[in-house]
Design a protein around this ligand. Structure first.
Ligand code: UDP
Length: 261
């Protein structure tokens, strides 16, 4: 597959053209951003891990009939994906209250929700991705009633599947964000899951200790982000203990001065 020109550069990914008009190459960068781009850094190895983890999750979802844009992983940082027109809504799914939900509504952090909550946010960085209602979505023609009903159903299936998958490896799926796109080829139009599902877009807590294994390590300056993402990949059996995504760096031993008596 030949890599063509850059079509789009986002905060964590770049999209390149390919030699097939219906497919593009999705490149995972090491850039980390939070709080609407106010906090930025480059975290070596993050892109490689997200590429692998998202490939694994989207492949598993495909296997249970959830259509998505992934065609195949090409290399350490790139995937071949279907060219979709992204629907301008971020779908946030919550199983446990934390983050913006607790701040907005004063719900106690860690409250287990009796029923998964789906929230819709307009994809607009300048406006800070504001929360919108279904009525806004219909009023401004971002989606039809049929499309949104179908996506909601897909999201509930995705949530059930992912919760089980993570639970099986001792991880709580607290919340996550997904995006959908419209794909058109050979006169056929369909909606499918797109973008990525990775520790950048999910909150993942260790089941026993509630240790954060996701981007909150960056947002809240907890450190060891790559190590946490690596732990997720190892638990999902994508990576093995020995794999070297990033050579582990150990602090240099300090020179010890021996005092003369
Ligand atoms: N999320 C995301 N991209 C965004 C906003 C949210 O991937 O632009 C994910 C985030 O990682 C978390 C979930 O959506 O898993 C819910 O995020 P929340 O609204 O609590 O975000 P916060 O404002 O706390 O970052």
């Amino acid at each position: 597959m030949k890599k063509g020109k850059k079509l789009y550069e986002g905060k964590a990914k770049i999209i390149y053209a390919s030699n097939d008009k219906n497919l593009v190459i999705q490149h995972f960068k090491d850039d980390a951003t939070a709080f609407n781009n106010q906090k930025k850094d480059i975290i070596e190895g993050k892109g490689i891990l997200n590429n692998r983890i998202s490939e694994h999750i989207l492949t598993q979802l495909s296997n249970v009939g959830i259509k998505n844009h992934l065609v195949k992983r090409l290399n350490m940082r790139e995937q071949l994906v279907k060219l979709v027109e992204i629907i301008p809504i971020e779908f946030v799914v919550r199983n446990i209250a934390t983050g913006s939900l607790t701040k907005r509504l004063g719900i106690e952090d860690g409250t287990v929700l009796e029923y998964p909550l789906i929230e819709y946010c307009l994809k607009n960085d300048e406006l800070g991705d504001p929360l919108v209602s279904k009525e806004h979505i219909y009023a401004f023609n971002w989606m039809s009633v049929m499309e949104l009903d179908w996506i909601d159903e897909q999201i509930r299936r995705i949530n059930d599947f992912l919760q089980g998958m993570f639970r099986g490896v001792g991880i709580k799926l607290v919340d996550f964000k997904v995006e959908f796109g419209r794909f058109e080829a050979d006169g056929k139009r369909e909606i499918m899951l797109a973008d990525e599902i990775s520790p950048d877009t999910c909150r993942l807590w260790d089941m026993r200790t509630d240790k954060k294994l996701d981007k909150d390590r960056f947002r809240n300056n907890l450190g060891n982000l790559v190590e946490a993402y690596q732990e997720v990949a190892i638990r999902l059996d994508i990576l093995h203990e020995q794999s070297n995504i990033r050579p582990l760096t150990y602090p240099k031993p300090k020179a010890v001065k021996i005092k003369k008596k």
